[in-house]
Every structure is written in C-alpha cells, then in structure tokens.
Design a protein around this ligand. Sequence first.
Ligand SMILES: [Zn+2]
Length: 252
Amino acid sequence: MARPLRILILLVILALVAGMTAGERLWVRSWSRPLAVAVYPVAMDAASADYVARLGAEDFREIADYIAAEAQRWQQAGVPAPRIGLKAPIREAPPMAQGRGVLDAVVFSLRLRWYAFRHTPFWDSLGTVRLFVLYHDIEGSAALPHSLGLQKGLLGVVHVFASDAQRAQNNVVITHELLHTLGAKDKYGAGGLPIHPAGYAEPYADPLLPQTRAEIMGGRVPITESRAEIPDSLADTLIGYATAAEIGWSRP
Ligand SMILES: [Zn+2]
C-alpha cells in the first residue's frame, strides 16, 4: 500500500477512536440514562482467587445506592439509579502505570485501552464505565499500588484487598475511581490531606476541625491540620459541591 494511503487510514482510525471516546464521555455525563458500570474482578495472587470467585453483584450495590442518594441530595431529579454489573473474572492483570512523564501516561493509557479491548466486549462496552478491580491478599500486601480512573475510555484500575472486612472500604476506593472516569478530580494534597474547601465534606462547619465525613475525592476525613483518616465506608463520605459540578450535576 502506498505510504500516504496508509497514513490516511491511520489518521481516520485515530479520528474515529477520538470521536467515539469524546461522544461516549458526553453521553455518560449527560446522565440521561442509567450510568452503566461493569466490574471486572482480577485475582492478583492465588490466595485471592477464592474470594474473587465468591464475589456477587450485591457486594457492589451500595455504590449504586450511594450515587443515587447523592444525586437526590444534589436535586438531580432526572438522574436514574446507576446499574453496576459484575462480570466474569479476568485472568490476566492489566498493565501497570510506570513513570510520571507525559509520554508514560499516553503509552499507559493506550496499553490499558488495548487490554480493555482484548478482555471486554467491544459493542456492549460502549458508554459503559469498565472498572478492573484487582484483588490482593491482605496478608501479603502492606500497601497497595495506586488506583486510577481515566476519563478517556471510561476505564479504571482499582487495587483492593480480598477480604470481607475490607469490603466497605474497597467500595470507597472503587467509587472514588469511578467518579474520576466521570470527570471528578482529586481534592487532596501533600500527605494525602484534603484541600480546603473543595476536599472537605463540610467546608463551612464551625469549628472546621475535626470533620466527621470525607469528601469522596478529598479521600480522607480531616481530623487536625496535619492528620486525616481513611473513611470506613461510603456512609462516612459525601459528594461535595466541586465534585458534583465536575461530574455534570448542574444546579437546578
Ligand atoms: Zn483519585
């Protein structure tokens, strides 16, 4: 094939992918139909395989309930309740983010989209947020790798512990990354401390500290100027005003 033709075909494919991704993003953020989320569990070690095999859709239901309740609180009457589906486990782990440069991020995003393309149905996934939830043995892993949610491609990679005792906290992390795919930004700074005011559940409380809940993208409950605690469950968090605006919940 002549070189100009090859380049033209490549450009057309890139334009199609870019257009589809942008359209998909607008479609999801318009909240005109139920937010569709597909959870694909991955056991990261032999010890987690049994736990992953026992997972049920009910393990994730509180995420849908939480988003529906928060939408109501923000008077988004037209927002239908999300649908979170649990898919069959994937045996191969997704690519891990490496490096911090811009090029690293681009390469990682493409590798993740290629992984998603190979392991999930193409047409059924259009307009659906795909979350790869990676289960780690709680005994063997002191700290988990960083989770992430990409707005481009509506993809998330979430690291959690394979333990019933951790389920409520896992759902906090999953919800945080899910909201990233919808356009929400982190609201914490150095040392994981939430940034005031947007990263606080009650930014205008008096006294300001200690807070009793976390803003979901602030990530932690601010206790003192230098200390913040990881919330136990979604009940200890809320979607703050900045996050609500970022995910397209406009004021009525
Ligand atoms: Zn985040």
